[in-house]
Design a protein around this ligand. Sequence first.
Ligand code: A2P
Length: 329
Amino acid sequence: MKVAVVGATGMVGEVMLKVLAERNFPITELVLVASERSVGKKLSYKGEEYSVVGLADAVASKPDIAIFSAGGDTSTKWAPKFAEAGTTVIDNSSAWRMDPTKKLVVPEINASELTKEDKIIANPNCSTIQLVMALAPLHNKYKMKRVVISTYQSVSGTGVKAVQQLENEIAGIQGEMAYPYPIGRNALPHCDVFLENGYTKEEMKLAREPQKILDDRTFSVTATAVRIPTAGGHSESVNVEFYNDFDLADVRKLLSETPGIVVQDNPDTNTYPMPIYAHDKDDVFVGRIRRDETQRHTLNMWIVSDNLRKGAATNAVQIAEFLVENDLV
Ligand code: A2P
């Protein structure tokens, strides 16, 4: 496969290259792409050096697959140009996610929907991916009615500038601010921009994307998304009301038997998922599984995952693997 990584110099791009190498993705030619500022810059992949190229050159090189992680504007403008050249685009931005003509894919859940005709495939939001990974098996068995989620999101989800802001604050250095307030020793109930309805864009991604991925509009999701001073890994407190009753032991069994999920749940040994231990792992970790005693058929749980891996790079590479394995590219 001739593969282009668009946004190769960015935070997700860096993890993307690491994941492609680790999983030994069948690459015959690699095209590393970033903004004009980075053209000529050298990046290494599996010990070899590559020069970064611009987007126009990358389209002209007609890759089989282009994995985009360069922001919504770049995707909106350039993904269709790649698609027209015959390239299949896997896009990490929010640009195409809710477009009814594009698939929104978490491979473990709905990769089977993909066909050769899908030339732009959307990767869901990082917080959505780890949420639906845990919800999907439970929804299939007990049928969800309503989900209430509060997130505790790391600064790496915002990008390099935000990681730098946190590091500067810890070191006591005055520097550029990625957020409107300090993030160290703080919690900002503000991820992405505010919308007219008073929610943030991140909260509305969590409200809408799960319905599309699970292809079911009979349940609803309401969200509060909060940025906290962790370097990497998003955590989520999730309350799920089902139509049908469940047995807690069955819930644990079902989750632990689901590929991509690891249950870490033992109050006796203080065992529960935490972002520092989810770092650099591809799994979604679930713990604090308990019944909501205030309402029938309702479950509380805590979900943690590495937002740059399963939340972005790993999910995108898994989509690419599915395309190759099923001869869809
Ligand atoms: P560059 O390094 O040249 O700016 P992050 O989210 O970590 O800041 O990374 C964003 C990624 O998207 C980087 O690789 C960045 O490249 C790339 N990028 C940003 N704007 C553009 C653009 N207009 N065209 C192509 N790549 C872009």
